[in-house]
Design a protein around this ligand. Structure first.
Ligand code: PHE
Length: 636
């Protein structure tokens, strides 16, 4: 589908591109990932780094990917190869990470499909599997319906038998992706006319329904009231930053590929701002829908909101469906709306990834390989790999670990760092000004020098800091202490079991993910010919060492810092043992307490609304102004 040179396809119009890019950005990440990560990150405390990351890093980097894709008119390896041949591997690295995502993303889509089917049956009078009880028991029953009956889940990494409904859903999702893509990007621009507005409508209905429920303010107060202590934890920041990347489809080759199909004269800056703010708005509204409803559920089962839900990916598939089922009327209808929203949100993100992967394969395929074969081969390969996550017992845990690797120090954080370094410093720094001019020449408003500062200094600095901090957190865990010591100290942490296995697999994952760029780098070296390269000569390209040495350097610093923290933990354990301060905090379970929105919550709410609505109004105003002057392309 993707072609180089004059025959490359284009989106029909500016609107088609914006919708497709919003379709890619707005996905399961908004309705599944955002609420559960926010829950882990302490409610409102998560919103603060999230908003910061979105405005300071997310939007500028989105503009960066658009500019490079649009300038190069090529898939990522070609685009980076055009900067200089030696950077080609960065493009492959982006595509490789995108491919890893799609293999598990379809499995989450498959959960939505299966539960959508259950909701349809529910409409015809069959009992909803997640609605078979009330109170705390009901919640457990709902969890059991998802984890037990549907997934055959176990806290282990063993691979059980494949779950037939999930496999069917997974294959159906791949088939859907295939049918959305096989006719090219013009067809995609028609599909997104449905898959973008429909989930918004559903979300809006669910949010309004949520707010009108009793107990909703308590849920919202959890959503908006910051738990400040969580801001001191690396995980809150890591989750917030990586969620911004994941949610904007940034650093995964997708936005770069989509922009490569844009008309030559199309705006870039304003489009990026509209897409970013649209994505932020969707997550924000999804949060309102989910937490308002959870507030009501917490009230019904009489526990505090933070106790009502086990943090994790089960939020969207176990607890929230249960909460919907408790609604006084129309449980099946609201469940149906929710799963349609999930499916339509997810499908356009899923095919955007596949599109990026297949465009890359097409641009680089051997001459003997027919173009029409690429898409089926990509889909089939993906489907075979997806099977792992559809397995019973540990399937979901593997999904969780891989998702964590993607969002981890050697996944998105490193590849985004490499992108910033290449684009910020290539051609002795001239490439970035070239990109700024490229974007400014055709956009409704212009980037200033601040953009260069972000790409060159602020973003790399934040990414390096996060790599360092995440590794330090990984190391500073008492699970690494020797079993004898732990036994001696009377600590119940056992080194055998799920937590330990996960830790070791995560470590192996880090090594594997570090090897990905190295692999593509070595492959590239062995190739002698290069198509589509405008290599300006190696002296002009800037040194390669920062890309390869900065992330490991940050990781080493993190390791040292982590070891230092670990020794402190050890000392604290010894001190606690000598003081033999055995705390027996027993007592009754905390109950539900009505919470009002505090001042901080109102401030967070006001800032979020200002950024979203103020920002969008400004963007549309600039677009109208530019259209009035006739300097914006709308046609094909
Ligand atoms: N942005 C999508 C979401 O929020 C996921 C995605 C990630 C899509 C990476 C493309 C690339 O669900």
């Amino acid at each position: 589908m993707a072609e180089t040179g004059n025959t490359r396809e284009t989106w029909g119009s500016r609107g088609a591109f914006v919708l497709a890019a919003i379709g890619s950005a707005v996905g399961l990440g908004n309705l599944w990932g955002f609420p559960y990560k926010l829950f882990i990150g302490g409610g409102g405390a998560f919103l603060i780094p999230y908003l910061i990351a979105m405005v300071i890093i997310g939007l500028p980097l989105l503009i960066m990917e658009f500019s490079v894709g649009h300038w190069a008119q090529n898939s990522p390896p070609g685009a980076f190869g055009r900067i200089a041949r030696r950077y080609r591997f960065v493009g492959w690295w982006l595509v490789a990470l995108a491919f890893v995502i799609i293999t598990y993303y379809v499995v989450i889509l498959s959960y939505s499909l299966v539960m959508l089917w259950d909701s349809i049956l529910g409409l015809f009078g069959k009992a909803l599997p997640w609605a078979s009880g009330t109170g705390a028991e009901g919640v457990n029953a709902a969890k059991n319906a998802f984890f037990g009956k549907m997934l055959g889940y176990e806290e282990s990494l063993s691979i059980g038998t494949l779950r037939a409904p999930i496999v069917t859903g997974m294959l159906a999702s791949w088939a859907l992706i295939y049918f959305c893509l096989f006719k090219g990007v013009k067809w995609v621009s028609k599909v997104v006319l449905i898959t973008v507005p429909l989930p918004w409508l559903m979300l809006f209905i669910l949010a309004v329904r949520g707010i009108t429920l009793e107990g909703a303010t308590t849920g919202l107060s959890f959503y908006l009231n910051p738990d400040w202590s969580k801001l001191a934890e690396a995980d809150t920041w890591r989750l917030a930053f990586t969620q911004v990347f994941f949610s904007l489809s940034l650093g995964f080759a997708v936005m770069l590929s989509y922009a490569s199909f844009l008309h030559r004269k199309s705006d870039l800056n304003n489009n990026a701002a509209i897409i970013g703010l649209g994505d932020l708005a969707t997550s924000f509204i999804a949060g309102i829908a989910v937490f308002a409803t959870l507030g009501n559920m917490a009230m019904l089962i009489n526990v505090p909101v933070e106790k009502a839900v086990a943090a994790g990916p089960g939020l969207a598939f176990a607890v929230y469906p249960y909460a919907l089922a408790q609604l006084p009327a129309g449980a099946a209808i609201f469940s149906l709306l929710f799963f349609i929203a999930l499916l339509t949100l997810g499908i356009d993100s899923a095919f955007s990834i596949v599109e990026a992967v297949q465009a890359t394969v097409n641009d680089n395929r051997p001459a003997s390989w027919r173009k029409s074969r690429t898409l089926p081969v990509v889909c089939l390969t993906g489907a075979v790999i997806s099977l792992i996550y559809t397995a019973g017992k540990g399937g979901l845990n593997w999904l969780g670990i891989v998702d964590d690797q993607i969002n981890g120090p050697f996944g998105i954080l490193s590849v985004a760092l490499a992108e910033c370094l290449v684009i910020g410093y290539a051609w002795k720094g001239k490439f970035l000004s070239h990109m700024r001019d490229h974007a400014n020449e055709r956009s409704d408003w212009s980037l200033g020098i601040w953009w260069d500062i972000i790409i060159r200094y602020i973003a790399p600095f934040c990414l390096l800091g996060l790599i360092c901090w995440s590794i330090s957190d990984f190391v500073a865990d008492k699970i690494w202490l020797s079993p004898e010591f732990l036994k001696n100290i009377g600590d119940s942490t056992v080194r055998k079991g799920f937590a330990w296995d996960t830790k070791i697999v995560t470590l192996c994952g880090y090594i594997f993910f570090i090897l990905i760029p190295a692999f593509f780098f070595i492959i590239r070296r062995s190739k002698t010919t290069e198509k589509n390269s405008e290599d300006t000569g190696d002296i002009n390209t800037g040194p390669l060492w920062p890309i390869f040495s900065l992330p490991p350097l940050a990781a080493c610093l993190g390791l040292i810092w982590g070891l230092f923290r670990l020794s402190r933990i050890k000392a604290e354990l010894i001190a606690a043992k000598t003081a033999s301060a055995v705390s027996t905090i027993a007592g009754s379970e905390p109950a539900f307490e009505v919470q009002q929105l505090g001042n901080a919550a109102y401030v967070v709410l006001a800032v979020a609304f200002l950024i979203i609505f103020g920002g969008l109004t400004w963007c549309f105003w600039r677009a109208l102004q530019a259209a009035g002057k006739g300097d914006t392309e709308i046609i094909d």
